[in-house]
Structure formats: structure tokens, C-alpha cells
Design a protein around this ligand. Structure first.
Ligand code: MG
Length: 381
């Protein structure tokens, strides 16, 4: 029985993790989880899986819940995230929080040599060098939950990483893939949230539309697999059936395929190295699909992807600045305070103005993160 701590239980990935934990209750035991402000979903998880420790965003919610569930221990805020991540009984941490808020708690869990199933790509983007160095030092396995990285991880199973020629991350192109940049001028929040293949949270759906999501994934791949950026390619593949590919020295290409369902990579990270049946999983029928499509990425059209490659190649605090600028700009777009195209314009301006510091420590990263968000906020005033 694997004992699990889960950060971000009521978000899209967290909720699908909860679904897997329910369907394989003989394999997994949830001991601690964090949630934000969704108290109804929080109560549902407590009633069903009876964890020992729960953290919510606000103190007032923690107090109310404590009265209702006297046998569960409640905590809140940033310290609550760390308590959940470092719960002494758990051996696996699933980090499914949104944005760079997951960083400190992930580092704390790594220092306890827990296995980290990481869905929180922002943590790897802003502090990849710290996370991987600590993971090595404390012998904490980092397992990808992102579908592309899970695909690469699976396609590299038993292979010698030194014999990899390149990896190819597939990209659906997001909700505006058939539009030119000119046609993006007046798109609305509602249009942007309408992703063709994947059901995901709002932030990542916008990131898919700008392709910053793929940019973050390119950096995530560089961190997780230790490959230089010239060996990481992106390929447009509108059906999202091939989740990514690995090409080897001998020209062989190994890919992982399947019906788009985030529960597959989440469950694989939990069950690794075993595979469990996927409850109500839809099997891939290639004959029914008939055709798959592929196309080269246009970096002028998807400017955010180019910015991410630039930041990745530069390394240092510009990665944090880029990520924080993106998080702040996406939040402003969702509040209808800026237009869709202003998202990458703002990121580009932040990156151009940034004084880069290479190999930053945690304090510097957190400082750049906060300052960048403030600067982006002030840009709309
Ligand atoms: Mg992905």
C-alpha cells in the first residue's frame, strides 16, 4: 500500500488523482492533502478517503472544518502545504498545485526522500536546478505527471539516455490553432477556454492557447531528462494521440500513444513501475481514427514558445521572471483586463528588462517571482 500526500486536490489534476485513489483503494492510501477554497470538494474527499491531515487556503475554513470533522487534523496557508508535503507517513507526494507556490513544499518533501509525482511544471521551470540537485542528494525519484513527459519517460524505459538523439514533444496547438496571429486580436476569454482535446484547468488551457504551456514543457523536459535545448523539438499534432516521441542514435523512434486522458499519466506516476487497469479508460482504436496529422511549429505565430526557448537557453532568474510574468498576465487576461496578445507581449517586455542572475538560490527565485508579478500588475495601471 503506497501512502500518498496530495497538493492541490480540488484542481483538475488533483481531482483526477482523487478519482484514481478511489478506484484503487487497495493500492493507495491518501494520508494528507491540500485544497484551496473549494470546501465542498474538500469535504467529499475527507468523507470518502478519511485522511489524517488536511490543509486549506484560509484559516477561517480550517476552523469551520475542524468543528465538523474532529478526527481529522486541519491546517492552512503556505505552512499547511509544507505540512501536507512532509507528512511523516507518506512516501509519495503528488504535487498538483498551480504555479510556483508548490516550490518550497516540494523541496521539503525531497529532503525527506519521498517520491515526487510532479504535475506542477512551474516548480521545475523556476527552480529546476535546485529541485534536481536536491533530488539527487536525497535520492528522491522525480516522476513526471505531465502527459508529454510521462510519454517520454515511458519511451525511455530501459534505454540508455546517452543514446537519445532528440525528443519530440507533441502539441495540439490549443484552442486557437486554426487562427492566424492577426485573428487573435479580438479573441475572448470564453473562446480561449474552449480546448479541443483536453479537459484542464483555466490557467493551463490559456497556456495551451498561447503555447506557453509547451514552452514550459520544453524547459521541464530539459530539467527532467537532462537534455540540451537543441535536442528538444516541438511538433504540432492536432489529435493528441501520440503523447510524445524519443528518437535514438540508430534512427529508431519510440512513442507512447493513447486516448487523451490525464488519468493515464497520473496513474502511471503512482503505480510505477507497475501498470494498473484504468477504470472506464477508453481504448485507442487507430482504425476508427484513420488519420493523424503533424505540422511544424511556426515560432512567429506562437511567440510564447520562442520566448520559453530563449529563457531556457539563457537559464537563471529569467526563467522565474518569464514564468511569473506569464502567471500574472494570464490572470489579468482571465479577469478581462488585458487582451490575449498582450500576454506574450508582457512576458517579452519583462524578459527584455530583466537583469539575469545565473544559478539563483531559493531566496533570489522567490524575490524575482514576487517582484515580477508586481511589475506586471503595474503595467496595466
Ligand atoms: Mg502537458
Amino acid at each position: 500500500m503506497k501512502k500518498i500526500s496530495l497538493l492541490g486536490a480540488t484542481g483538475s489534476i488533483g481531482w483526477q488523482t482523487y478519482d484514481i485513489l478511489c478506484s484503487h483503494s487497495d493500492e493507495f492510501k491518501l494520508v494528507a492533502f491540500s485544497a484551496g477554497k473549494n470546501i465542498e470538494k474538500t469535504k467529499e474527499i475527507i468523507n470518502r478517503l478519511k485522511p489524517e491531515l488536511v490543509s486549506v487556503q484560509d484559516e477561517v475554513d480550517a476552523k469551520t472544518l475542524q468543528n465538523e470533522f474532529p478526527h481529522t487534523h486541519f491546517t492552512y496557508g503556505t505552512k499547511g502545504l509544507i505540512e501536507v508535503a512532509t507528512h511523516p507517513d507518506s512516501t509519495v507526494l503528488v504535487n498538483a498545485v498551480l504555479g510556483s507556490v508548490g516550490l518550497e513544499s516540494t523541496l521539503a518533501a525531497i529532503r525527506m526522500s519521498k517520491t515526487i509525482a510532479i504535475a506542477n511544471k512551474e516548480t521545475l521551470v523556476t527552480a529546476g536546478h535546485l529541485v534536481m540537485a536536491e533530488a539527487k542528494k536525497y535520492n528522491a525519484p522525480i516522476l513526471p505527471v505531465d502527459s508529454e513527459h510521462s510519454a517520454i519517460f515511458q519511451a525511455m524505459n530501459g534505454e540508455n539516455p546517452k543514446q537519445v538523439e532528440r525528443i519530440i514533444l507533441t502539441a495540439s496547438g490549443g484552442s486557437f490553432r486554426d487562427k492566424t496571429r492577426e485573428e487573435l486580436k479580438n479573441v475572448t476569454v470564453k473562446d480561449a477556454l474552449n480546448h479541443p482535446n483536453w479537459s484542464m484547468g483555466a490557467k493551463i488551457t490559456i497556456d495551451s492557447a498561447t503555447m506557453m504551456n509547451k514552452g514550459l514543457e520544453v524547459i521541464e523536459a530539459n530539467v527532467l531528462f537532462g537534455l540540451p535545448f537543441e535536442k528538444i523539438d516541438v511538433l504540432l499534432h492536432r489529435e493528441s494521440i501520440i503523447h510524445s516521441l524519443v528518437e535514438y542514435h540508430d534512427t529508431s523512434v519510440i512513442a507512447q500513444l493513447g486516448t487523451p486522458d490525464m488519468r493515464v499519466p497520473i496513474q502511471y506516476a503512482l503505480s510505477y513501475p507497475d501498470r494498473l487497469p484504468l477504470v472506464e479508460g477508453k481504448r485507442l482504436n487507430l482504425a476508427e481514427i484513420g488519420q493523424l496529422h503533424f505540422k511544424e511549429v511556426d515560432f512567429d505565430r506562437y511567440r510564447a514558445l520562442k520566448l520559453a526557448y530563449d529563457a531556457g537557453r539563457a537559464g537563471g532568474t529569467v526563467l522565474t521572471a518569464m514564468n511569473a510574468a506569464n502567471e500574472a498576465a494570464v490572470a489579468l487576461f482571465l479577469q478581462e483586463k488585458i487582451t490575449f496578445l498582450q500576454i506574450d507581449e508582457m512576458i517579452e517586455q519583462i524578459m527584455n528588462d530583466h537583469n539575469n542572475i545565473l544559478l539563483p538560490d531559493l531566496e533570489t527565485i522567490l524575490h524575482v517571482d514576487i517582484e515580477t508579478r508586481k511589475t506586471v500588475e503595474s503595467m496595466v495601471k
